[in-house]
Write a protein of this length. Structure first.
Length: 181
């Protein structure tokens, strides 16, 4: 698609902007590892979801959101640099691919935050209040920990993406001046 202004985030997520669909950035081979981590933590963590959410995970997600938004701001500033705009012309999907990749990371964090908030409000604990809850409760627990693992990866990708663009900007500037790396 040549006109990047005509693509929305949701269209990019479903179909892409010339490259692969955006959801493929989240649903890839690494999802197996995240699901494995989710299942493992589902077995290991013996506290109920409400306790886990309020004690550790909601405060941790708050920290991750702060980190991710800080680095996304840095990335946004970099995306406005002329060198990065030039570079995106050579990437399948163009400039929109970079912008929407950061937005997908933020969406992942927000979905994880809302899901853990539901756990913190005892929604899942009240839905299955007894020990007979094991099969479905475990599935929910595994999904919550899988989302947490995926969120850690996305936060890390936001940082890596911003740093990568900073390095590319530096390299492009040096190449324009005729300097050697």
């Amino acid at each position: 698609m040549n006109d990047e202004t005509s693509i929305s985030f949701w269209r990019w997520l479903a179909k892409g902007s010339g490259g692969k669909p955006g959801y493929r950035r989240l649903i890839d081979r690494w999802l197996i590892l995240h699901f494995g981590i989710g299942v493992l933590l589902g077995f290991i963590v013996r506290v109920n979801l409400q306790t886990a959410a309020n004690t550790v995970l909601l405060p941790l997600v708050g920290i991750l959101i702060g980190l991710c938004f800080a680095w996304a701001g840095n990335a946004q500033a970099l995306l406005q640099a002329g060198e990065i705009e030039e570079m995106t012309q050579f990437h399948k999907g163009g400039f929109a691919e970079y912008v929407f990749t950061y937005q997908a990371a933020i969406l992942t964090i927000l979905v994880t935050l809302v899901t853990w908030a539901l756990a913190g409000f005892e929604i899942f604990d009240k839905a299955w209040p007894s020990e007979a809850r094991q099969p479905w409760y475990f599935v929910v627990k595994a999904i919550l920990f899988t989302l947490s693992s995926l969120t850690l990866r996305e936060c890390w990708h936001v940082v890596l993406g911003a740093q990568w663009m900073l390095l590319m900007q530096h390299k492009i500037k040096r190449s324009k001046k005729g300097e050697k790396e």
